[in-house]
Design a protein around this ligand. Structure first.
Ligand code: ADP
Ligand code: MG
Length: 238
């Protein structure tokens, strides 16, 4: 069964249509990247999947469930916000455990889940630190840790590396690739960076003015671009 399915999805802001009929089926465990120039609708589409933007027309399925009208907290998805969304006054342990504490889980269970997330993300040495005493990469891992503990159906990332310097971006790209190998979860990831898309994705969705220009593996897009837009976008340097 596909993990997430979009059927003829549209988004209108007033009279302006920014998502123009998107059909897409994402398999369980797949790493799918939405790529395209600024303003093409990547964030809007991701936020519609997350439930943070209403879907104007069409249908969003999660598994075989129609989730089109579900609020974000009912969808079982984890939107990984950038590292600055951490609570500065809380330790790493409390930041990662926060969603579970809010859900009223018993302390022992929270601890076990936080420890497991810390093991996967190699945060064990930092659990008692505050975010300000971490590097950018470590903070990003804490932000991811906070979503792992809820066992989401899929992780959604919106340009998670865009605030990082070049060296850290390469390091974090590697971390995210490893994370996908470890968790084997469905991941949907938005970037305008072709290199990120080509190195991380199982499949790339190229968006052009709110429409899918092409969907395929990095290799397929590189070797057989559907049109000049895809060829130029995939082939051009950052
Ligand atoms: P991307 O993430 O690819 O850069 P966005 O999804 O943020 O693009 O935006 C797609 C288009 O929708 C842009 O033209 C943007 O100006 C417009 N848009 C995004 N959010 C809103 C909003 N809340 N109201 C009106 N227009 C919006
Ligand atoms: Mg965006």
């Amino acid at each position: 069964m596909p993990s997430i399915t979009l059927n003829a999805v549209e988004k209108w802001f007033g009279d302006v249509q920014v998502i123009k009929g998107v059909d897409l089926s994402i398999e369980e465990g797949e790493f799918v990247i939405f790529v395209g120039p600024s303003g093409c609708g990547k964030s809007t589409l991701l936020r519609m999947i997350a439930g943070l933007e209403e879907t104007s027309r069409g249908q969003i399925l999660i598994g075989d469930r129609d989730a089109t009208a579900e609020p974000p907290n009912k969808r079982g998805l984890a939107m990984v916000f950038q590292s600055y969304a951490l609570y500065p006054h809380m330790s790493v342990r409390d930041n990662v455990g926060f969603p579970l504490k809010s859900a009223g889980l018993p302390k022992a269970e929270i601890n076990a889940k936080v420890n497991e997330a810390a093991r996967v993300l190699k945060l064990g040495d930092y659990l008692d630190r505050r975010p300000k005493d971490l590097s950018g990469g470590q903070r990003q891992r804490v932000a991811i840790g906070r979503s792992i503990v809820r066992n989401p159906t899929a992780f959604l990332f919106d340009e998670p590396l865009s605030n990082l310097d070049a060296a850290l971006r390469v390091e974090m790209r590697y971390e995210i690739a490893k994370l996908h190998q470890t968790l084997k979860s469905t991941m949907i990831y938005v970037t305008h960076d072709q290199v990120e898309a080509m190195t991380l994705a199982d499949r790339i969705v190229v968006l052009e003015f709110g429409k899918i220009a092409q969907v395929g593996s990095p290799r397929e897009l590189y070797e057989h671009p559907a049109n000049l837009f895809v060829a130029q976008f995939i082939g051009s340097p950052r």
